[in-house]
Design a protein around this ligand. Structure first.
Ligand SMILES: [Zn+2]
Length: 372
């Protein structure tokens, strides 16, 4: 990590203020006392600099960096990376804010970082593909709620795709997906691996999708509208399945969209679509899948409306109870070595489709609110 030392910080404060070195030192000591051991000397120097309006990390001086040297708060970063994953742009409309956001994972030989593209910046994602070399200039760095760093763009940011003569070595993007007991899943978890028994299966829900992009087409004034492609004349259908998964510590609602629903139910898309016309015949499928023991890799979703955690399955497979045997001591080892069999398509689909109103599609009413 790139950090300014105490001496460098003091020098910078001296250079940019009217304070003498002694005054700076006594100010920093006062901060140390004020924070009663909660900050380091460097930290106290940073606080003083902030109060004086002095930027310790010079925006202009950041310049060209390796990914591992990027830290929160940096402005005007230049970095040469490789695109390791691109996720689809999704539309949002919440609390009066409307817009779109997309992201991608970038990396070089030193590490990986997520790049987030808001609103009109998200159109940039249409120009990049996995494997491209990306030269970024004038991007800034933010720390998100999960304490991970993100690159963000503004009007002055520049992006060059596959600049001539530039190559980047980077590893594969491996998403961390620690194995957890259901009761241990926190809303700060992004992805988890859980084992559990299917204790409840709900009816398949069908919803209209745009024939061009496969995203949900929302009913509006008797027609169906794709956010991107406008009115959809002959919408196709996709489906979502909710189940409750229990591992003995708790139960959690788990949502299976299209591909994962097919995999879980061992049915083809065609077979599942047939239940739209004959929902009563789905009862047998429900009964057959009750009691299945599953291994799930999932994204953790906080359902704000019901203030509960849900899982959006990215992958599902049948498991044996002994696979799930994790002693306390082994937990960290397993989490560290687990290969979540990362599937970009699955993630792409779940992010895209889980963006649809959870209240409409993912919820099966209040009948199960007591199950936690
Ligand atoms: Zn569309």
């Amino acid at each position: 990590m790139m950090k300014l030392s105490y001496d460098e910080a003091v020098a910078k404060i001296k250079e940019n203020s009217r304070l003498s070195e002694t005054e700076i030192a006594s100010n920093i000591n006062a901060k140390l006392e004020q924070f009663a051991g909660l900050v380091s000397r460097e930290g106290a120097a940073h606080i003083l600099a902030n109060e004086l309006g002095i930027k310790l990390i010079d925006a202009q001086a950041v310049g060209k960096l390796k990914v591992s040297n990027i830290i929160a708060g940096m402005q005007n970063v230049e970095v040469l990376t490789k695109v390791l994953a691109v996720f689809p742009v999704r539309q949002f409309n919440s609390n009066g804010r409307q817009g779109q956001v997309g992201s991608s994972i970038l990396g070089d030989e030193t590490g990986t970082i997520r790049a987030v593209f808001w609103n009109e910046q998200a159109n940039k994602l249409g120009f990049i593909n996995k494997g491209d070399v990306l030269k970024l200039k004038g991007v800034y760095v933010k720390e998100n709620r999960n304490n991970t760093l993100e690159l963000h763009f503004n009007e002055r940011s520049m992006m060059v795709v596959n600049p001539p003569g530039e190559t980047v070595e980077a590893g594969e993007f491996r998403r961390e997906s620690p194995r957890k007991r259901i009761s241990e899943i926190a809303d700060t978890d992004a992805f988890v691996e859980v084992f559990g028994t299917v204790i409840d299966v709900f009816d398949l829900r069908f919803f209209e999708v745009c024939g061009k992009c496969g995203r949900r087409a929302k009913p509006e004034n008797g027609a169906f509208l794709c956010q991107q492609h406008g009115p959809v004349a002959n919408p196709g259908y996709s489906y979502v399945l909710n189940v409750f998964l229990d591992d003995g510590t708790a139960a959690v609602r788990t949502v299976f969209f299209r591909n994962t629903a097919e995999k879980f139910l061992k049915k083809t898309g065609e077979e599942l679509l047939a239940f739209r016309e004959a929902p009563e015949s789905f009862e047998q499928v429900k009964n057959d899948s009750l009691g299945s023991f599953l291994k799930i890799n999932a994204r953790v979703n906080k359902n704000e409306m019901f203030n509960r955690i849900e899982l959006i399955a990215n992958d599902v497979s049948e498991a044996k109870p002994e696979d799930a045997q994790v002693t306390e001591a082994a937990t960290t080892a397993v989490a560290a070595t687990a290969d979540p069999a990362f599937s970009e398509n699955a993630e792409a689909e779940s992010i895209q489709e889980s963006n649809i109103e959870t209240s409409n599609i993912m919820d099966d009413g209040g009948s199960n609110e007591t199950v936690k």
